[in-house]
Write a protein that binds this ligand. Structure first.
Ligand SMILES: Nc1ncnc2c1ncn2[C@@H]1O[C@H](COP(=O)(O)OP(=O)(O)OP(=O)(O)O)[C@@H](O)[C@H]1O
Ligand SMILES: [Mg+2]
Length: 349
């Protein structure tokens, strides 16, 4: 007889095989979509093994495209080589001043300093001297645009004979603010992390779902839906995976169904909406009031509603709403150089 209740999840059952595999800071075992970038990072470090100068990298790209994960992937491999080259990872979001970075370097070197009282330069010098007892080191400053000043770069550049520097940011234009004298000494090589295509996103999420969820819980159609909702941000894709699986569990369903994916997407959208700045919200509302109108018209409405941005900044905001996945823009082929665009809020909501 057909088992009528086999699709029901028992109260002590879970759909997750290992939920920790969906953590944001989990470094994947393989990242084939970033093969070229990972190779380039490794190549920039290689000269250190033969005591030659490393290349310095400037890595940029949109949120959730694997910048941090790729560098950590290379650093993990580096650790396996026997410890001649020390990888140092510092996130500038948590360490925004030269002094806190100096203290962090000291901590990694195993030196203890009081938070105040010792000059920054002295701390950096001693920390690096200790760290450089090995053959070489690579320092990654992630989210480097968060730095309050560039002094740390000046201090590091003087010590870079057997060290490499990797700077990561979402904002490619940050590099333009580096003083020419420093820029020429840093001699940064650009490494852009382009957005993932929908197919790549599908591959990444499939791999992760296979490990993190129990067999048969999610099928490829659902992963495709999630991949298209995630845009190019893997973090968003993983948040959707977790949320859909939780919703299915709550429903006592052994499988993730379309309605779970849809609900997870609308929940995520609510969250994004809540996090919009006032100005972003104004731009969004103007689009919503004129769903499908050309951007010039929407800009007029935005001004009538009391908006203060210039046309240029307005366009920048539209781009960022597009990246957040809550509006859609389509080229009309009309207007100046055929560049006029029609704008919609997603799902007409
Ligand atoms: N090609 C990939 N294969 C497997 N997992 C990936 C891949 N790319 C990204 N990820 C995963 O997606 C998440 C986000 O990646 P990551 O933190 O590297 O993004 P990022 O580019 O540094 O974003 P941000 O600019 O916001 O810091 C991580 O959990 C990472 O493991
Ligand atoms: Mg990152």
């Amino acid at each position: 007889m057909r088992d009528l209740f086999s699709d029901i999840l028992m109260h002590d059952e879970t759909l997750f095989a290992d939920e920790s595999l969906l953590d944001y800071d989990y470094v994947p075992e393989e990242m084939p979509e970033r093969d070229a970038e990972i190779t380039e990072i490794a190549e920039s470090i290689k000269p250190l093994f033969s005591e030659r100068k490393a290349g310095n990298l400037f890595i940029f790209g949109n949120p959730g495209v694997g910048k941090t994960a790729s560098v950590n992937f290379v650093f993990n491999e580096l650790r396996k080589t026997g410890g001649d080259i020390i990888p140092i990872y510092i996130n500038c979001w948590n360490n925004q001043t030269t002094h806190t970075i100096a203290l962090e370097l000291a901590r990694i070197a195993g030196l203890l300093y009081p938070p105040k009282g010792v000059p920054t330069e002295e701390i950096v010098k001693s920390a690096l001297a200790k760290l450089k007892e090995k053959k070489g080191l690579v320092i990654c400053l992630d989210e480097v645009d968060r730095l309050k000043d560039a002094d740390i770069l000046y201090l590091l550049i003087n010590e870079l004979s057997n060290a490499g520097l990797i700077l990561i940011t979402n904002h490619a234009e940050w590099k333009e603010y580096i003083e020419p004298r420093l820029a020429s000494r840093l001699n940064l090589r650009n490494l852009e992390f382009k957005d993932y295509t929908e197919k790549e996103m599908y591959e990444i999420l499939s791999r992760r779902a296979k490990m993190a969820l129990r067999p048969g819980v999610i099928d490829s159609e659902m992963i495709k839906m999630i991949a298209s909702g995630a845009g190019s941000d893997v973090r968003k894709g993983m948040a959707l995976l977790i949320e859909t699986a939780r919703l299915a569990e709550k429903d006592a369903s052994k499988k993730i169904l379309k309605k779970h994916v849809e609900e997870a997407m609308s929940k995520l959208k609510d969250k994004v909406m809540l996090e919009l700045s006032d100005e972003e919200k104004k731009v969004y509302d103007a689009i919503k009031e004129n769903n499908g109108a050309v951007s010039g018209k929407i800009y007029e409405v935005y001004l009538e509603n009391g908006g203060k941005l210039s046309m240029r900044s307005f366009r920048r905001y539209v781009k960022s709403l597009e990246k957040l996945g809550i509006i859609i823009a389509e080229q009309t082929g009309e207007g100046f150089q055929g560049k006029s665009r029609r704008l919609w809020v997603k799902n007409g909501s």
